[in-house]
Design a protein around this ligand. Structure first.
Ligand SMILES: Nc1ncnc2c1ncn2[C@@H]1O[C@H](COP(=O)(O)OP(=O)(O)OP(=O)(O)O)[C@@H](O)[C@H]1O
Ligand SMILES: [Mg+2]
Length: 457
């Protein structure tokens, strides 16, 4: 596909000169001598990028920039400015210009900027494609688990495998990774899906309350027990019980749960009659339960009974491929909820989201997107709409490599960031990295970086 570039300048020689040079680089060039003509051309042709002079009679370059970034927020605009007007250029950057060049225009530099801006535009287009995919996924199944990483697919595979069985499942993973979502998914994919799904937040209840919550109580079992009450295990009969934060329960309740697992029976608090239930147990914890067993805080026999199948949900930083999809999905959700049309996330913000380590995992990403939607003043989320922690995830001149990365991932990041840092100058990058150009080209190929760093130059 040939990119279409619109060059706007009131001076004919400059307009033609820039046009020629861009044509020689293989772009399809359109010319306009003022802002009005430029806007007409934008309507007629699906322009991919605009290069415009700042000072023009009639509509100024600034006004044109504003019009374009409102009407076509994904089209990058490169500003040309005479000497001494760098300040205006900086203002223009603030108003959304992709970059600026001072006149007389250095054609090599223009070529580079155009290339960079267009690869950025490709990212935005990719994002829009992602959003379509998200919409499709969301339509397919409301409340489905969003993601496409290998790690998430493994989780989904396990969910499928265990759903139809009655085995106990222990879901582990850091806070906010989606353990509860996995529990929902198991129940919903099981043949118990039309039966009750009862959740118990074990950490929120005191020892005696938890016991009567789980197993119920007879009338007069303790002060205040004025009527008989069924417990959650009974309520979940035929269905599934989800014991969230199982690591927090104390030994006396542990032993009772063990008995339910082994014999499927229990007594209500203050009662003698044994009650038998057919309840499927799913438990979750963000603790290292084995370590708690070793410390003597958690019964080993219960641990093994609960942990017939373990589903570990990896932290978001270990499945970064899910970030763009999740971010788009939350964006759609909150944009709808707040009745605020947001079209997407600009490339800089996308890259910040991607590079951040998300200690609070998906919950943190969700909150971040919610506040971004609420705070954003533009239809596209930019870096300024993100919380400070996320914003500082990409420091100038620093290459970040997440703990837990493989050598190959680390190498890919180093090559990627170095190429970015030297504007895709391959010889310079090879020199910095201390490898030969051929090796660099091979690695660019191996790591699938060609798209990002078009192989000329
Ligand atoms: N794959 C996913 N797709 C879409 N939303 C998700 C996904 N995973 C998690 N979420 C959302 O992220 C938030 C946190 O998920 P959840 O409550 O299941 O985490 P958790 O692991 O149980 O956390 P905690 O240990 O703090 O209880 C929820 O709002 C949930 O809807
Ligand atoms: Mg939870």
């Amino acid at each position: 596909m040939t990119f279409k570039i619109l060059v706007v300048d009131d001076e004919k020689n400059i307009r033609m000169g820039l046009g020629k040079s861009l044509e020689l680089e293989g772009y399809e060039v359109y010319l306009a001598e003022n802002g009005n003509e430029a806007m007409k051309e934008m309507l007629k042709t699906s322009i991919d990028l605009v290069v415009t002079d700042l000072r023009m009679p009639g509509m100024s370059g600034e006004e044109l920039l504003k019009k374009i970034s409102n009407a076509y927020p994904t089209v990058p605009v490169i500003i040309l400015t005479g000497h001494g007007t760098v300040e205006t250029a900086v203002d223009a950057m603030r108003n959304g210009a992709f970059d600026f060049l001072t006149k007389p225009v250095n054609l090599d530099r223009l070529g580079l900027l155009v290339k960079r801006a267009l690869s950025t535009r490709k990212l935005v287009a990719e994002h829009q494609a992602l959003q379509k995919e998200v919409e499709r996924l969301e339509k397919k199944k409301k409340q489905s688990m969003i993601g496409r990483s290998g790690a998430l697919n493994r989780v989904l595979g396990l969910v499928d495998q265990v759903a139809q069985t009655k085995v106990s499942v222990l879901i582990t993973g850091e806070s906010g990774v989606g353990k509860e979502v996995v529990a929902d998914a198991i129940h919903n994919a099981s043949n118990r899906k039309d039966q009750p799904f009862i959740k118990v937040h074990c950490a929120a209840l005191t020892e005696s309350l938890l016991e009567s919550e789980l197993f119920g109580h007879e009338k007069g079992a303790f002060t205040g027990a004025s009527t008989q009450r069924k417990g959650r295990f009974e309520l979940a009969d035929g269905g599934t019980i989800f014991l969230d934060e199982i690591g927090e329960i104390n030994p006396s309740v542990q032993i009772k749960i063990l008995r339910v697992l082994q014999e499927k029976t229990f007594e209500r608090v203050g009662g003698e009659k044994s009650i038998t239930v057919d309840t499927r147990i799913i438990a979750a914890t963000n603790r290292d339960l084995m370590a708690e067993v070793e410390k003597g805080n958690f019964r080993e026999d219960l641990y093994y009974r609960l942990n017939v199948v373990n589903i570990n949900v990896p932290p978001l930083r270990e499945r970064k491929d899910d970030i763009p999809l999740l971010a788009s999905s939350f964006l759609n959700q909150f944009s709808e909820e707040n009745e605020k049309p947001i079209e997407g996330i600009d490339p800089k913000a996308s890259s910040l989201l991607y590079n951040y380590s998300w200690p609070g995992n998906i919950r943190e990403l969700r909150n971040c997107m919610e506040s971004a939607v609420v705070l954003s003043k533009k239809p596209i989320i930019g870096p300024d709409d993100l919380p400070p922690a996320v914003r500082s995830s990409e420091e100038e001149g620093v290459i970040r490599i997440e703990l837990g990365s493989t050598m190959a991932e680390a190498e890919k990041q180093i090559i990627r960031q170095t190429l970015k840092g030297v504007n895709n100058n391959k010889s310079r990058a090879a020199e910095i990295l201390g490898i030969g150009r051929k090796t660099l080209h091979r690695k660019i190929h191996d790591y699938g970086l060609e798209e990002e760093f078009l192989t000329r130059g």
